[in-house]
Design a protein around this ligand. Sequence first.
Ligand SMILES: Cc1cc2nc3c(=O)[nH]c(=O)nc-3n(C[C@H](O)[C@H](O)[C@H](O)COP(=O)(O)OP(=O)(O)OC[C@H]3O[C@@H](n4cnc5c(N)ncnc54)[C@H](O)[C@@H]3O)c2cc1C
Length: 249
Amino acid sequence: MEQYDAVIIGAGLAGLTCGLELAEKGQKVLLLEAEPVVGGRTSSYIDNGMKVESGFHRYIGFYSEMPKMLRKAGIQLNEIFTWEEKVEIRVRKKEKLITLGAAPLFGPKKTIMGILGNNELLPLRDKLSLVSFFLSGLKDLITNPKKLDACNIRDYARKHKVSEDAFHNVIIPFSTGLYFLPPERYSAYVFFGLLAPAIKRFYKMRIGAFLGGMTDVMCQPMAEAIEKKAVLSKQIIKSVSCTWTGKIT
Ligand SMILES: Cc1cc2nc3c(=O)[nH]c(=O)nc-3n(C[C@H](O)[C@H](O)[C@H](O)COP(=O)(O)OP(=O)(O)OC[C@H]3O[C@@H](n4cnc5c(N)ncnc54)[C@H](O)[C@@H]3O)c2cc1C
């Protein structure tokens, strides 16, 4: 029976990353995937003739581990992402959109316009309450995380006098829109924790949208890099190989 140093169950991003790390260290890896394509919740596939893109849709510029891992697989960010400098929020029963800059350094004009504009849907009073909400949240995240974790995001917004409109139009899209749970169900710590990496790496902030199917442009090339590394390692360390079940299309 074939022997392996490690058996990895699942070729989602976690399994692929693990496989990449181990293959690079010359380990003999068996990577098992139940589905016919690699990528898990970061995969793309055809279902009954319909092209499906699963979970992961947007890369956030301040991610630090993912670019390292992609580089290891020989993938350049600019090859797989197109960059977006703004976020548009559609407001119920309104024709206009709230447009906020999402790339302070790459798109400063849009960032400034987002702060100064949007006055019809986001009046000055609402903007000021949001500034207070965000600054206090980030401060509490550093100085008093336990207290922040004891408060849900709706109560925290109320405490900072964020109006119902501002809460619904700005905070909900960036919280419930990501966690798929009502705002009473997650703490302010969870919300601000997501933003925390942006403090140190705000200059990297921008949003990447995949230039093709996620399996095609990212996950399959990662799987191929594992195989390649394993094959390359094989020439140096005799017992290295990499295998996964399932069809790589
Ligand atoms: C709707 C949605 C939107 C998202 N949007 C974003 C986004 O915009 N930006 C972002 O950064 N993240 C986003 N995410 C999160 C991101 O998609 C996930 O965090 C990431 O893909 C999880 O990777 P994983 O490897 O941990 O798990 P998974 O991708 O779930 O991988 C697990 C793998 O294991 C396989 N598996 C399970 N059991 C077995 C078994 N017994 N044998 C063999 N294989 C098995 C599965 O088939 C799967 O391929 C989103 C998630 C969702 C659901």
